[in-house]
Design a protein around this ligand. Structure first.
Ligand SMILES: Cc1ncc(COP(=O)(O)O)c(C=O)c1O
Length: 389
């Protein structure tokens, strides 16, 4: 039992990381040859590229014409922090969390911003909190797709159109693979390094007219560093949302994002991106269905992510081990697949329950996931045999 038969096919691209995610099919550094390098980002050439990135984002994602789109520093984290520090405190806030990133935003609001009128609505890994309990007279902060548990909100039906508070949504592992409903969201954030396989470092912040109104009528009690400031003299700094970034962006990363957006457009836009992620996730869901040693961490089918698919090991002989031994077994599978060069970075997130996390987002090729599935069984059987020995 120590020498299992290896599958015949290997994924052509073994990159299944949940961020930075696989580059789009066919990407080479040649895609960056027109980058405005060594030029000012405020010169016409740089400004035009930044503006194009904003307008292409609007086109591909279908962002409403009256929403602002800004390129901001510090990746998705920068965009979420900027929104929370600039907007919260005017009224109570409901903080929703069901995995590590959402919990991080809860910590920031309660321990850093020290908001007293903050409510926590939390759920364990694999579940969503009771969304019917959310009070939309408060502001609401939530993550559309919990990257570290693979649990997503199925849609935005739980959000009323006539809410009094603002909805602030970290959608970094959802946009370009799942349809987020902008009319129900006042702030949407993401990073280029996720579903489009771009680079880290820059965030996108999308604001509804109501979010802009809040910015122009409310001043938080705390100081805001320059990097977070979106208003001057009580008015929105419109330039930020037209490509005049707060500080210097990487024009190499901007070029790469433009390349990813153009690829997205060339394959048919958002519908095609969503279809790719759905088809990819289905390969894993079908595998899980056919093999009883493994299960989706997300309990309810409609909450299962089509990007960050998180899996737990169900084999009774593994489950009866203590937590450390179960984690070691999952790590051994991850490690042997890495060593074989068939899958990189598919271990569960460090704070999440032990298991696997396989990225199925739009830049991943379905055939690569199909090839990987046989290897999952091979790795499981190989490690199981080692354990028995
Ligand atoms: C849901 C979620 N929020 C925030 C982040 C942090 O993103 P970044 O490193 O781009 O700031 C991640 C990264 O994986 C994430 O998945």
């Amino acid at each position: 039992m120590t020498d299992m038969q290896k599958p015949d096919t290997r994924p052509a691209n073994p990159r299944f990381s949940s961020g930075p995610c696989a580059k789009r099919p066919g990407w080479t550094p040649e895609a960056l040859k027109d980058a405005a390098l060594g030029r000012s980002h405020r010169a016409k050439i740089g400004k035009t590229k930044l503006k194009d990135a904003i307008e292409l984002t609007r086109e591909v994602l279908g962002v409403p014409a009256d929403y602002r789109i800004g390129i901001v520093p510090a990746s998705d984290t920068g965009a979420v922090e900027m929104a929370m520090w600039s907007l919260l405190g005017e009224r109570g806030v409901d903080m929703l969390a069901w995995e590590s990133f959402g919990s991080g935003w809860v910590t920031d609001v309660i321990k850093q911003l020290k908001l007293e009128n903050a409510r926590k609505l939390e759920a364990p890994y694999g579940q969503l909190p009771d969304l019917s309990q959310v009070n939309f007279d408060n502001d609401v902060v939530f993550t559309w797709n919990g990257t570290t548990s693979g649990v997503r909100v199925p849609n935005a039906d739980f959000i009323p159109a006539d809410r009094a508070g603002l909805t602030i949504c970290d959608a970094t592992s959802a946009v370009f693979a799942q349809k987020v409903d902008f009319e129900k969201l006042d702030v949407v954030t993401f990073s280029w390094q996720k579903v489009l396989g771009g680079e880290g470092g820059h965030g996108i912040l999308i604001l509804s007219p109501r979010a802009v109104e809040r910015l122009e009528t409310y001043t938080p009690a705390w100081p805001l560093p320059k990097i977070f400031r979106m208003t001057k003299g009580g008015k929105l700094i419109e330039g930020i949302f037209e490509g005049a970034t707060i500080n210097t962006p990487s024009m190499l990363c901007v070029e790469d994002y433009l390349d990813a957006l153009n690829w997205a457009r060339s394959i048919g836009g958002l519908d095609a991106l969503v279809a790719r992620a759905d088809a990819n996730a289905k390969v894993i869901f079908d595998f899980v269905e056919a093999n009883d040693w493994i299960e989706n961490l997300a309990e309810a089918p409609e909450t299962r992510s089509n990007t960050s698919v998180c899996l737990k090991i169900l084999d009774p002989e593994i489950v009866k081990l203590d937590d450390a031994a179960q984690a070691a077994f999952a790590k051994a599978i991850v490690s042997v697949l890495d060593k074989e060069g068939v899958a990189f970075d598919i271990g569960a997130y460090r704070d999440a329950p032990s298991g696997l996390r396989i990225w199925a987002g739009s830049t991943v090729e379905t055939a690569d996931l199909e090839a990987l599935m046989g290897w999952l069984n091979w790795a499981y059987q190989t490690e199981k045999a080692k354990l028995a020995a």
